[in-house]
Design a protein around this ligand. Structure first.
Ligand code: C2E
Ligand code: MG
Ligand code: MG
Length: 593
């Protein structure tokens, strides 16, 4: 009997049979083949049945009851308790015709019941009805038969909903379209069965990457992290990453997937080497409309494919460029230390009472080949993210201390040198001991070294930071809060911080003395600092008006282009020496008067 399939997918449904008598399965298979079905899995070892089920993912099961080792009741119970097979249609085919057995299998969740010897028409009808049943159709409609992943239709529905949610909460999300390169060639060369197996292995590899805790860390935070994989068209997958922090996080996931897919897969007992092309689109950067976003991500993926595959590409060229620049800078930054491309420049600090240079701030400069000098504002954030700030920061402290040693021999005992310390460096477990060693090995006076910590750094984990700062103070070091006024520090904490100095941020100095509110802020900071026993440094002074205002307000130290830009060590030595000459001359004239 050849049945007309209203739903063409039913004829390709995968039907698994478990029976200890192979002849029974042969009969059933022959009957169903006559009816147009073509996809069968037979298992005559009940003890191996679960394993076969897990490896083959059938669409329905025909199960015998009386079997040695493990009977049909036991198997049915196991199947139903497995999350994945909760809704798998199971027809029991048995010679046990007693009422007890019938009731028991129905209780255990059998979908239908047939008796041996099986009536051909009844078998075909029941199988057809079972496969047509809603749960199976839902499965067909929303899940991919090969990978068992949710399919494009599910993606569409889910994506619209997630997009609305992200829009409402102002979250960022990314979609990755991941497509195996040359998949149609594999399918043609190895056949669909092996092609399907490759798709399943690929899906598993992608899911492993997404489960990796490193990757999860950048896919949203805490309980809200969410990464869902869908099967898209031929050889392609859609990965939806919710609540990512930055577009680069999506790139990191893409990089990991590219790496994972390069591992050899096994198909037809041979190793197959594959690559993939990945398009990335992010919301809200590239829009709110689901259709537009899907179109953009497909175009980005196609762009990668036509350019040789095995890479990823953001749909937006702006994001793509900035990410690539970042990646490029990161790889150059990794080599910068050993290539000795860093230098410290020194900017003088001038003292109110003497009007002379009382110290300097060491500022990092990177001279990178053709690019010339790169600003710390550009590379410090990357060094922090990648952890490169640890060795770089250590180099800064070593070089600062070397220089301090040289300048202290010029005879000015009160000369202070400041170094900037970044958050990640400060919180590194060996920071304090490393610093102790650096200071001891150069036998410099720790009182002449100041560490500048930004206000936002200090407020991150205030209790822990106060402990660390107290240890540094106990070593004799001076501590300064950099960029003060920008980091929302609470007054309650400010008075407990073991610091010596507040550096008023340049953004306030710029508007002094023209803008009244900036003047008020600066005066208040100076007043507050005096009351709390800190001294104040104003940074970024460029004009005589700014200098006059700060002098009137009794700010104690000044730093800015008005006095000098940051200069190399040799130029700074000249500055110090010429000032000594002037001082000596002044003293000489004063003595003669
Ligand atoms: P910062 O510590 O607040 O340093 C002051 C910045 O203001 C320096 O920029 C300095 O060149 C600039 N500046 C000083 N006077 C003036 C002025 O009158 N006008 C203007 N427009 N700018 C002035 P620079 O050297 O580009 O450094 C920027 C930031 O990079 C620093 O801000 C600091 O946060 C960071 N940085 C620099 N060197 C290091 C370092 O060795 N380690 C760490 N962790 N961060 C560093
Ligand atoms: Mg500073
Ligand atoms: Mg500053």
């Amino acid at each position: 009997m050849d049945i007309k399939f209203h739903n063409p997918d039913l004829s390709s449904a995968k039907i698994m049979m478990i029976d200890d008598e192979p002849i029974n399965m042969e009969i059933v298979q022959a009957l169903l083949e006559d009816a147009g079905y073509s996809n069968f899995i037979v298992e005559d070892q009940p003890l191996r049945a679960m394993e076969t089920l897990n490896n083959t993912h059938p669409d329905m099961l025909i199960l015998d009851l009386m079997m040695p080792g493990k009977d049909g009741f036991q198997l049915l119970k196991e199947i139903r308790s497995h999350e994945r097979y909760e809704h798998l249609p199971v027809i029991i085919l048995t010679s046990a015709n007693d009422n007890d057995s019938k009731l028991r299998v129905l209780e255990l969740g059998a979908t239908d019941l047939l008796f041996k010897p099986v009536d051909p028409t009844e078998l075909i009808l029941r199988v057809y009805n079972t496969l047509s049943s809603k749960s199976y159709l839902d499965q067909l409609a929303y899940y991919d038969a090969v990978t068992h992943l949710p399919n494009s239709r599910m993606f569409q529905e889910h994506f619209e909903w997630v997009l609305k949610k992200s829009h409402r909460h102002e979250d960022r999300l990314a979609i990755l379209n991941i497509s195996l390169d040359d998949f149609s060639r594999i399918n043609a060369a190895m056949g669909h069965k092996e092609g399907d197996s490759i798709l399943r292995q690929t899906a598993e590899l992608i899911q492993q990457v997404v489960r990796d805790s490193d990757v999860l860390a950048c896919v949203g935070r805490g309980a809200n992290r969410n990464a869902n994989l869908y099967r898209s068209e031929n050889g392609a997958f859609m990965l939806l990453l919710e609540r990512i922090q930055r577009p680069e996080d999506a790139a990191l996931v893409a990089e990991r997937i590219l790496d994972a897919i390069k591992q050899p897969l096994i198909a037809a007992d041979t190793e197959v080497y594959l690559t993939c092309s990945i398009g990335i689109v992010t919301h809200p950067e590239e829009g709110n409309d689901p259709n537009t976003l899907v179109r953009l991500v497909n175009t980005a993926r196609d762009y990668v494919k036509t350019n040789g595959g095995n890479a990823f590409q953001f749909s937006s060229s702006v994001i793509d460029m900035s990410y690539r620049n970042r990646l490029d800078m990161e790889s150059r930054l990794r080599k910068a230390l050993e290539r000795e491309e860093f230098k410290l420049y020194y900017q003088p600090k001038v003292d109110l009472s003497s009007g002379r240079i009382c110290g300097a701030e060491a500022l990092l400069r990177w001279f990178n080949g053709d690019q010339g000098m790169i600003s710390p504002l550009e590379f410090i954030p990357i060094a922090e993210e990648t952890g490169l700030i640890i060795p770089i920061g250590k180099w800064v402290l070593e070089t600062t201390c070397d220089q301090l040693k040289r300048w202290s021999s010029l005879g000015n005992n009160n000369f202070q040198l400041s170094a900037n310390v970044s958050a990640r460096q400060f919180q590194e477990p060996n920071f304090v001991t490393d610093l102790e060693r650096i200071i001891a090995s150069r036998s410099i006076n720790p009182k002449t070294l100041t560490l500048e910590l930004t206000e936002s750094l200090l407020m991150q984990d205030i209790e822990q930071n106060i402990k660390l700062m107290s240890m540094l103070k106990a070593m004799g070091l001076k501590l300064s809060i950099d960029d003060f006024g920008t980091g929302y520090s609470s007054l309650a904490y400010l008075k407990t911080l073991p610091v010596d100095e507040l550096k008023i941020d340049r953004s306030f100095i710029i508007d002094v003395p023209q803008k009244e509110d900036s003047c008020a802020i600066v005066s208040t900071i100076i007043y507050l600092a005096r009351k709390l026993g800190f001294h104040t440094v104003a940074e970024g002074i460029e004009t005589s008006e700014q200098f006059e205002f700060l002098r009137r307000e009794q700010c104690e130290q000044f730093q800015g282009y008005y006095f000098s830009k940051p200069v190399p060590a040799s130029d700074f030595t000249e500055l110090l020496l010429s000032e000594r000459k002037v001082t000596a001359q002044d003293d000489h004239e004063n003595n003669n008067e």
